[in-house]
Write a protein that binds this ligand. Structure first.
Ligand code: GLA
Length: 383
C-alpha cells in the first residue's frame, strides 16, 4: 500500500516528500450506547481503515484527492472551513482542522493530501473517526504539535459534536487512535483510563457482517437516544448524587423504575445492565473464557433490541441467523439502525456459517449481507 500511496502522491502533486499514515476502523465488542453515559466500553481497532499521504504547502490551502470520492483534486482554504453539502467526506477533514484551530494549535500552512480506504463506509465501523484521527495525527506529525493520544480523541469528538453535529461519545476516536494488535481496549469513557486486554480467539474467528441497510435516519435517531439519556439523568439527579447514568447499579433498578416514565426507564435499564455486561466481559476474557464473553454479547443484543430499541429487522435477522448457523456470540455493533453485527464463530464452520446466513438473510431481507473476517489491530500510525 505504501508504494501505491507514494506513486499516487507523486502523480497528483508532483512531489516525493509525503509522509504516510494508516488509521484503522473500529468494532465495538460490547458496551453499546455507553460512551455518552460515562461508563466502560470495549472496542478494538481493525486492520482495515484509511490510508493517507501528505506534505506541507507554503500557503494555507488544503488540496486533497480522496479515493473513491473525488475524480479531481478538491481544495479549500484553512481560513474558510464552511461545511460542503456536496462533499460530506471533506467535512470530517474540515471539522478536524476546525477542532485543532479552536483549541489553539498553530497550523501555519496547508497540505497536499492523497487518501484512500480499505474499509466499508457508512457501515457503523467508524470510517469517520478513522479519517478524523488520520488528519489530526498527520497534522500533529507535520507541524510538531505534540498532541497526546487522549487529546487527539477529544479533538475528534469535538469535530463530530460541534462541526458535524452528532452527539457521539469518545469511543470511536479513542479505539481508532489507541488500538493494539490482538487486544481489545477496555476504556473508562469518564476518566479515559484504559486497559489493553488480549483477545485470545484460538479456534474461533471474529466475523463482522454488514446488513448493507441504507442508514438514512441513523444520526437523528442517535441524537434521540442521547437526549432520552439526558432526560433520565436529570430526573434521577433529583434522587441520586450522580454525574452519569453509569454510576448507577443494577440493584438501583427497582427504585429507578418508580421515578421514570416507562420508555425512559427502558433506555436507562439498557445502560445500567450493559455496563455490568461490559465489565463481566473484560473479566471473562482475562480468564480466557471466550464462551462467557460470547453469551454476554448475545444478552447485549437482546437489550439493544428490547430496551434501547436500536436494532431493526435487518440486524435482528442477521444476529439470529448467525446464532442458528453456529455462532457462539453475535450482537449488533455501533450506533445501530443498520450497520453491522459482530460475531464469534468456530473457525472450522466459518464457510458454512457464511453460506447459511447469506441464504436466510437474503430470503428475508431481499439483498445480501457482506462478511469481513477481522483481527484487532494497532491504532493510527506512521507507515
Ligand atoms: C456511534 C458513536 C459512538 C457510540 C456508539 C454506540 O458509533 O459514534 O460514540 O456512542 O455509536 O455505542
Amino acid at each position: 500500500m505504501k508504494t501505491k500511496l507514494i506513486e499516487n502522491f507523486k502523480n497528483l502533486f508532483n512531489r516525493e516528500d509525503g509522509i504516510s499514515f494508516f488509521s484503522p476502523g473500529r468494532v465495538n465488542l460490547i458496551g453499546e450506547h455507553i460512551d455518552y453515559n460515562g461508563g466502560f466500553v470495549f472496542p478494538c481497532a481493525l486492520s482495515d481503515g484509511t490510508y493517507g499521504i501528505a506534505g506541507k504547502r507554503e500557503d494555507r490551502m488544503i488540496y486533497v484527492y480522496s479515493e473513491p470520492f473525488t475524480k479531481e483534486i478538491y481544495s479549500f482554504s484553512m481560513d474558510h472551513l464552511e461545511k460542503d453539502p456536496h462533499h460530506a467526506w471533506a467535512n470530517y477533514i474540515k471539522g478536524s482542522i476546525h477542532a485543532l484551530m479552536k483549541h489553539g494549535y498553530d497550523i501555519p500552512f496547508g497540505i497536499d493530501l492523497y487518501m484512500t480506504t480499505t474499509m466499508p463506509l457508512s457501515a457503523g465501523l467508524s470510517s469517520s473517526a478513522s479519517l478524523e484521527m488520520l488528519i489530526i495525527t498527520l497534522l500533529d506529525h507535520l507541524f510538531h504539535l505534540n498532541i497526546s493520544l487522549e487529546d487527539k480523541a477529544r479533538l475528534g469528538k469535538y469535530a463530530e459534536n460541534k462541526y458535524v453535529g452528532v452527539n457521539s461519545g469518545i469511543m470511536d476516536q479513542f479505539a481508532v487512535v489507541a488500538g493494539k494488535e490482538n487486544h481489545a481496549l477496555l476504556l473508562n469513557t469518564d476518566t479515559l483510563a484504559y486497559e489493553q486486554i488480549p483477545l485470545e480467539l484460538n479456534n474461533y474467528s471474529l466475523l463482522i457482517v454488514n446488513t448493507n441497510k441504507k442508514r438514512g435516519l441513523a444520526d437523528s435517531k442517535y441524537n434521540e437516544r442521547f437526549s432520552e439519556c439526558q432526560t433520565s439523568l436529570s430526573t434521577l439527579q433529583k434522587a441520586y448524587s450522580i454525574n452519569y447514568l453509569c454510576e448507577l447499579q443494577e440493584n438501583d433498578l427497582n427504585k429507578i423504575s418508580t421515578l421514570l416514565d416507562p420508555l425512559i426507564f427502558k433506555r436507562t435499564k439498557h445502560v445500567i445492565t450493559e455496563q455490568t455486561r461490559t465489565i463481566e466481559s473484560a473479566k471473562a476474557l482475562k480468564q480466557h473464557d471466550l464462551i462467557t464473553f460470547a453469551k454476554l454479547m448475545n444478552q447485549s443484543h437482546q437489550s439493544l433490541k428490547d430496551d434501547y430499541e436500536v436494532t431493526g429487522v435487518e440486524l435482528d435477522t442477521l444476529q439470529q441467523a448467525l446464532l442458528d448457523a453456529g455462532a457462539v456470540g453475535a450482537r449488533m455493533t455501533g450506533a445501530g439502525f443498520g450497520g453491522c453485527v459482530v460475531s464469534i464463530i468456530p473457525t472450522d464452520i466459518l464457510d458454512q456459517v457464511i453460506d447459511d446466513v447469506t441464504d436466510v438473510y437474503t430470503k428475508k431481507i431481499g439483498y445480501e449481507p457482506t462478511f469481513y473476517q477481522v483481527k484487532p489491530s494497532d491504532g493510527t500510525h506512521l507507515i
